[in-house]
Design a protein around this ligand. Structure first.
Ligand SMILES: Cc1cc2nc3c(=O)[nH]c(=O)nc-3n(C[C@H](O)[C@H](O)[C@H](O)COP(=O)(O)OP(=O)(O)OC[C@H]3O[C@@H](n4cnc5c(N)ncnc54)[C@H](O)[C@@H]3O)c2cc1C
Length: 498
């Protein structure tokens, strides 16, 4: 199928990303599709969701969008990874830098060496050094910015500002500000939408980007698979905190474990977007607010009370309609998987739309993608903490899939062969997924990697050990020096504003 008319309902981050990516593929393939976005200014966007992954930067590059303009106009900041505080035990902290030094290490196994040597796996990551020093990703030479390394970093941003910026950048897209009130069914699925104003919008391919309302996919009988049995938190209390003048902006997300869940703490240029994600079986909203105020030492003003039903559509693509963004799946934002997932899904859709088995491939891949995110997130809760009813309950209820993973990695650290490449058939796109590069830092931080097994593996191959040791030492030296030359993060962001 080569859609002549694509109608996207929803103008949040998901809707505008989908609009840009599908109009791009239509132009590249010569389909000449007309792309229409229907959004409702009366309903608005979710207004939370502030951490991206490196895929977002790849997307900016793909569309030749100017990164400095993006940072300036959306007030975004740089993100090198996630700092996990108090997850393993109170007072303990570990980082998950998102660069992939293995990419430049050739045959040297950096993680295996670091674990065997009893060193943090982050040490050989450029991003760990940039994060430690609160540095920008560039140094300045002769008035020009020079990138410190080849790796893509991520961003923190205000989701509403990014949606508005993407809308300004999207070209050749018809925008209708109205509300979908009715869905007319046809043989393929949906034939037209009826809007509040009475206007009818016909199309041959539809995207449901209506957030938690799931306005279109619901009409087609979309089934929600709940993850409530795997993920222990179900409620979010977002709030904002001002950044003080002159205060350095940490280029990482803080995920800070609390008594009944965890708090996110994300800097944009003007404020912190923060929130407590908790289990309402273990504390009430009032108790959650009091707990956070106790931790921070001041009063907070919650912006919303969000009931979270983590899960995904059984089939995100039904008939001629694909659910995208929050309409398709939702997980607690511990690894910023949502916007990342949307971008990867739109890349898969761009590849498979028009192929006979495209829908089956897409549904299977999205199911695997989101289930893999879920399992990875749940693994973060394998903790030594037993200081509250929540942590005791979590410790006694690890799902089978997590116990299987831990058993699998009792005698070796996670390695590429443990993960089927994803998405199947699209390896050439080089899309990031939750695999060894994400599992190793988290398991290292939680103390779940087997150092003796790593030592035995290295000892069995002295040549490989020597290569890994030398490469590791070279990278630590190089990245320490490179980070020291980079500009301070906040000063660099301010310099982009002129
Ligand atoms: C607490 C929380 C924290 C999060 N943190 C992160 C994070 O750190 N990183 C991350 O990647 N993601 C995060 N997310 C997810 C992220 O917010 C979403 O993936 C992202 O904002 C995309 O949302 P959306 O576009 O699907 O939905 P929304 O932003 O809700 O947009 C829905 C759109 O649909 C329109 N609409 C709805 N109904 C109708 C109708 N009947 N007719 C016409 N238009 C309609 C609305 O007007 C709106 O434009 C978080 C989510 C939550 C709840």
């Amino acid at each position: 199928m080569r859609p002549k008319s694509i109608v996207i309902v929803g103008g949040g981050t998901a809707g505008w990303l989908a609009a840009m990516m599908l109009s791009d593929v239509s132009a590249r393939r010569g389909w000449g599709s007309k792309v229409t976005v229907v959004e409702s200014s009366k309903i608005g966007v979710i207004g939370v969701g502030e951490g991206s992954t490196a895929v977002f930067r790849q997307m900016l590059r793909h569309f030749k969008l100017d990164e400095a303009e993006f940072l300036r106009e959306t007030g975004a900041t740089i993100k090198y990874g996630i700092r996990h505080r108090d997850w393993r035990r109170l007072g303990h902290s570990y980082d998950g830098p998102i660069d992939t030094p293995q990419m430049v290490a050739g045959a040297a196994d950096l993680d295996l060496y670091a674990v065997a040597a009893g060193r943090s796996v982050g040490e050989a990551h450029l991003f760990q050094h940039l994060l430690n020093g609160n540095r920008a990703p560039v140094s300045r030479r002769e008035g020009r910015d020079v990138q410190a390394g080849p790796f893509h970093y991520a961003f923190h941003f205000d989701q509403a500002l990014v949606g508005a910026w993407l809308r300004r950048k999207a070209q050749g897209i018809t925008l209708i500000d109205d509300q979908v009130q009715g869905v007319e069914r046809g043989e393929a699925g949906i034939s037209a939408l009826v809007l509040e104003s009475g206007q009818r919008v016909e199309g041959d391919f539809f995207l449901d980007c209506t957030g938690f309302r799931r306005r279109l996919i619901g009409e087609l009988g979309g089934q929600w698979l709940s993850y409530a049995d795997v993920l222990p938190v179900n409620r979010a209390m977002p709030f904002w905190v001002d950044i003080k003048p002159g205060e350095e902006i940490a280029p990482c997300t803080l995920a800070w474990a609390q008594k009944s869940g965890w708090m996110w703490w994300i800097p944009t240029q003007g404020r912190y977007g923060a929130g407590y994600v908790y289990s309402d079986a273990h504390c009430t909203p009032d108790q959650a607010k009091a707990e956070i105020e106790g931790v921070l030492g001041y009063e907070i003003h919650p912006r919303k009370d969000i009931i979270m039903d983590a899960g995904r559509q059984r089939d995100a693509w039904i008939g001629n309609c694909v659910a995208v963004g929050l309409a398709s799946s939702f997980l607690e934002p511990l690894e910023a998987t949502s916007i990342h997932g949307t971008i990867v899904q739109m890349m898969m859709l761009s590849e498979w739309l028009g192929q006979g088995d495209g829908r089956e491939r897409y549904n299977a891949a999205v199911g695997t993608q989101v289930d893999d995110f879920r399992d990875f997130i749940r693994l973060h809760y394998v903790s030594e903490r037993r200081d509250s009813p929540f942590w005791c309950d979590v410790a006694s209820s690890h799902p089978q899939v997590v116990r299987d993973r831990l058993a699998q990695w009792r005698d070796h650290i996670p390695r590429p062969a443990d993960f089927p490449r994803f998405p199947p058939g699209l390896e050439h796109l080089g899309l990031a997924h939750v695999q060894e590069q994400l599992y190793v830092p988290v398991m290292d931080g939680l103390g779940l990697l087997n150092r003796q097994a790593a030592q035995a593996e290295m000892a069995a191959n002295p040549k490989a050990r020597d290569l890994a040791r030398a490469t590791h030492a070279g990278l630590v030296k190089e990245y320490t020096r490179a980070a020291a030359q980079c500009l301070p993060h906040r000063a660099w962001l301010q310099s982009l504003s002129g």
